[in-house]
Design a protein around this ligand. Structure first.
Ligand code: DXP
Ligand SMILES: NCC(=O)COP(=O)(O)O
Length: 242
C-alpha cells in the first residue's frame, strides 16, 4: 500500500489545557472541527479511566458533531466497552493504560491477553466499530492480532521517537518489518505516539502504513503556529514522504 496516508489528529491535550482550570475552553470539540477543516482525515480521542483529559461529555459531543471519523482510544475494561458500544464510534483502538503513567508507555500485550480481548473485539466489531489494537512492532503481537481477527493494528512509535542514532534506525526497521508482516496477513496498519515534524517522514515512508495518529506534538506546536497551519504542515510532510 502506498496510497494516501491518513492523518488522525489526537485532541487529548486540548482537554489537558482545558482541565487545568476546569473552564470550558479551549474546547476539544472546536479543535477537532478546526483540524477537520484543515485536512485531518480523522480525530482520535483517548477516554482514560481517570478522565485526566478527554471526558465522557467530550465523547458525546464528538460523536454528535464530527464530520470526519472518530477513533476512540480505550483500555480493555468493561466500563469502556459499554461506553464504546453505546456511542458506536467509527473506530475503537484498544490501548494499555496505567493510572500512574504520564502517557502511554508501550503497546498492548495482546498475546498475553487474548482470552480477555476476544469477546471485546467481537462485541465492538459486531456493533459496527472498526477495532484496532495499539501494539508493539512485534511478531508475537501481530500474530495475536491475526488470531483475534482485528482488521487494524496501530504500531507504537514511542520508542522510535525517543531513541537516537543507530538504536533509532534499528527501531525504524522493526516498525517497517512489523508493518510488512501485518499487511501481508491482511491487517490494515496504523502507527502513532511521539511523532513530530522532525521524525514523521521516515515513518510516513513505510509503504504499508494507512494512517498516522498524532496529537501531543501538534497541540503543543499549535500554541505557537495555530492548529490549522500545524495540521496542514504535518499533512504536507506525510504526503511528501510517499
Ligand atoms: C495510545 C497513544 O499513544 C496515545 O494516543 C494516547 O492518547 C496517549 O495517552 P495520553 O494522550 O494520555 O498521553
Ligand atoms: N495513538 C497515538 C495518538 O493518538 C497520538 O499520540 P501522541 O502524538 O499524542 O503521542
Amino acid at each position: 500500500m502506498s496510497g494516501k496516508l491518513r492523518l488522525g489528529v489526537n485532541i487529548d491535550h486540548v482537554a489537558t489545557v482545558r482541565n487545568a482550570r476546569g473552564s470550558g475552553y479551549p474546547d476539544p470539540v472546536r479543535a477537532a472541527l478546526l483540524a477537520a477543516e484543515a485536512g485531518a482525515d480523522g480525530i482520535t480521542a483517548h477516554l482514560r479511566e481517570d478522565r485526566r483529559h478527554i471526558t465522557d461529555a467530550d465523547i458525546e459531543r464528538l460523536s454528535a458533531e464530527l464530520p470526519i471519523p472518530l477513533n476512540l482510544e480505550m483500555a480493555a475494561t468493561q466500563e469502556m466497552l459499554e461506553i464504546a458500544l453505546r456511542h458506536r464510534p467509527h473506530a475503537v483502538c484498544i490501548v494499555p493504560e496505567k493510572r500512574e503513567e504520564r502517557t502511554t508507555e508501550g503497546g498492548l500485550d495482546a498475546a498475553g491477553q487474548r482470552d480477555h480481548l476476544a469477546p471485546m473485539v467481537r462485541a465492538l466489531g459486531e456493533n459496527g466499530s472498526r477495532v484496532s489494537l495499539f501494539i508493539e512492532p512485534d511478531a508475537a503481537q501481530i500474530d495475536a492480532a491475526i488470531q483475534l481477527g482485528v482488521p487494524v493494528v496501530e504500531l507504537h512509535t514511542g520508542r522510535f521517537a525517543e531513541l537516537k542514532g543507530e538504536a533509532c534506525a534499528v527501531e525504524l526497521k522493526r516498525l517497517a518489518d512489523a508493518a510488512a508482516l501485518a499487511a501481508k496477513n491482511g491487517i490494515e496498519v496504523h502507527a502513532g505516539h511521539g511523532l513530530t515534524f522532525d521524525n514523521v517522514v521516515p515513518i510516513a515512508a513505510i509503504p504499508q502504513l494507512a494512517e498516522l495518529n498524532i496529537g501531543h506534538f501538534l497541540i503543543g506546536q499549535a500554541i505557537f503556529d495555530g492548529l490549522a497551519p500545524v495540521v496542514q504542515h504535518m499533512r504536507a510532510l506525510m504526503d511528501a514522504a510517499r
